[in-house]
Each structure stands twice: as structure tokens, then as C-alpha cells.
Design a binder for this molecule. Sequence first.
Ligand code: ADP
Ligand code: MG
Length: 354
Amino acid sequence: MSFVTVKNLRKTFGQETVVCDINLEVAVGETVALLGPSGCGKTTTLRCIAGLEQPDGGRIVVGDRVMCDIEEGTLIPPEQRNIGMMFQSYAIWPHMTVYENVAYGLRVKRMKPAQISEQVDESLRIVGLQHAAKRYPSTLSGGQQQRVALARSFAAGPSLLLMDEPLSNLDLKLRERMRVELRDLLKQLGKTAIYVTHDQADAMILADRLILMNGGQIAEAGAPRDVYDHPTTIFGSEFLGSTNIIDFSDVVNESGQTVGRLPNGVLLRIGNAGTSLRHAIRPERIALSRQCEPGWDVNVLRGVVRKTMFLGNLTYYDLDCNGMTLVVQAQADSFGVGDELWLHLPPQWLQSVI
Ligand code: ADP
Ligand code: MG
């Protein structure tokens, strides 16, 4: 069941439409990642849901409450939305103890002292910082400070958590640990959350479902694996990992099979029939060998290694296949520049993209 529904959300700043008819739904207990490059409208979308920004059009429903409906003239102020927020500049106050930082929002809400104490204790327990209640932020590590901010965002027991790049100030190692911790915590608490990030690894690891935005619009949406394996746009296939884009000069149907013709005349069988002449295939989906392997009955090409990019556990090889360059991922140090190799492009991994 859908807990958050955003319909035809639109936001302009001056002449510029930065959020353009966004539609999205979030189910109860689900974590949805809004992913996309800087400036694509993620923060603006989130701020509209929080009530910090007034949309120019659209409707936002959280639970059974209409938070905003521009046509009807409904606009609930942010402090009445019962939404928890955690932002990139998570601004925990240095002059307040951990306890006071988490309690602050509850005091603003004029909650009773006994209840504040109970909810702060519970929040700190959840993030594993109960022992640090009396400490000041400057005595905590970056990861602990992050947890204080997290505890603060859900101390008031919000129905929905909005997070805007909450991990982007952390160094890579800590970030890698925190994203897993955060995911486990959201699941343990059964929270419904929208998580904004420009980092594909954050989104892939944290999200039950990801929504990829580009230029104020949704480019791709689905479970991380589905969007990764079956992108429908060039933007999506390139933003999530690396890809090869193949431009066929013609896509035809030959005795029940869809076949693409390369500019050099070679034919490739395509598993997922699409309407586009452009197809994407990921570097790790192409098989590479010194010989034509058994079972490679279609889509076999020859290529010469032009470049190698060693990444430790694997290597990317740039191959020249009769004028077409393909990047193939294989085990490290398997081949070298100048090697003449065989490539197999499984038809099912050739993905029609626009
Ligand atoms: P993202 O979070 O995806 O990086 P934002 O939602 O912050 O993107 O911004 C989207 C676009 O809207 C950007 O071009 C940004 O410059 C513009 N923008 C955001 N906030 C404002 C504002 N208050 N006034 C004018 N332009 C804004
Ligand atoms: Mg942003």
C-alpha cells in the first residue's frame, strides 16, 4: 500500500522549471532513493514533500493526509507534517550535549519532559549512543555525530523520514559502513524513507526502489537490480555503472528473431526487442576469451586489445572490433595490449535504450 503519493509535482524558480511533473509513490516501510546528478531537482522535490518549498503544481499525500494540493489550495506547514529530516549539513549543535541535540526538536514541539526523556533515550539506544548522552559533539567521531543527527531526525517518531545526502560529508570508508548501518536501521525500525543522493552506490545499497532523475524529470524507476540490468535510457545505463552504447544502422526482424545490423555490416541478435536503434550492453556482460568458446553460437566478434585499465580485482579492456570500440570487464591481468581476442555478446544483455 502506498504511504506517500506525489502527483504531477512541479516547481519553478523564476523562468526555470526545476521539477517537472514528478509522480512517485512510496510504500509503507519502503526506502526509496531519489538519485541523479547535481542540479537535477532532488533536493527541491524533497523540500516540497517536507513543506519547506511551495510547489507550483501538484499534490502530495502522506498517510491519510493531503499535505499539499495546489489546485485545491491545500498547504500544510512543515511543522505540522510529522516528517523527520536529515540533511547533508546535519548541523548538530556544538554547544549542546548529545542528549540536548536530540531533545531539541521535542522541546520545540512542547512535549512533556517525561516523554522527551523517554523518546531521547530510546532514539539514542537505537543508534547505539546511549552511553554518550552527556558528551559534546566535538568529543565524538564523524560516524557517531552522524548517528546523533539520525537519532534527532526520528526522535519525534515521524511517520516519514526524508534524508538529503546525509552521508556525503563522510570519508569513503565511514560512508561505506554507515550506508549499511543506515539500511539495517531503517529496516529494523520499519521506517518509510525517501533518501536523496547523487551517489549510485548509496542508492543501490540503501534503496528498495530507486528513482533516477534527470533535468527535473524521472528517467528510470524500479528495484536497483532491474534498473541496473534493464535501463531504458542511455542516461540511466551510463549513470548507473559503465556501459557500451551500440548504434545499429538497422534493426530488422529475420525469421522471428530481432537482429541489429552494425555499420560494418555485421549482424547481432537482440534478445529484448525494442524500437530503438541504440542498444546498451554492460562491460561485465560481454565475455572475452583467446578462443571461440563452446556455446558461443551467435554474436561472436573478434577484437584487438587497445588499452587496459587495471583496477586491482578486475581490469577493463578497450577492444577495437573492426572499427567499433567495446569496453569489456574481465579478470585482472588476463590479457595485454595487442592481444587478438574473441568476444561474445549474449543477446539478452543487449538492452534497447533511448
Ligand atoms: P539537486 O538536489 O538534485 O542537486 P536542486 O533541487 O538543489 O538539485 O536544484 C535544482 C535546480 O534548482 C538547480 O538548478 C538549482 O540551481 C535550482 N534552485 C534550487 N533552489 C533554488 C532557489 N531557492 N532559487 C533558485 N534556484 C534554485
Ligand atoms: Mg541536493
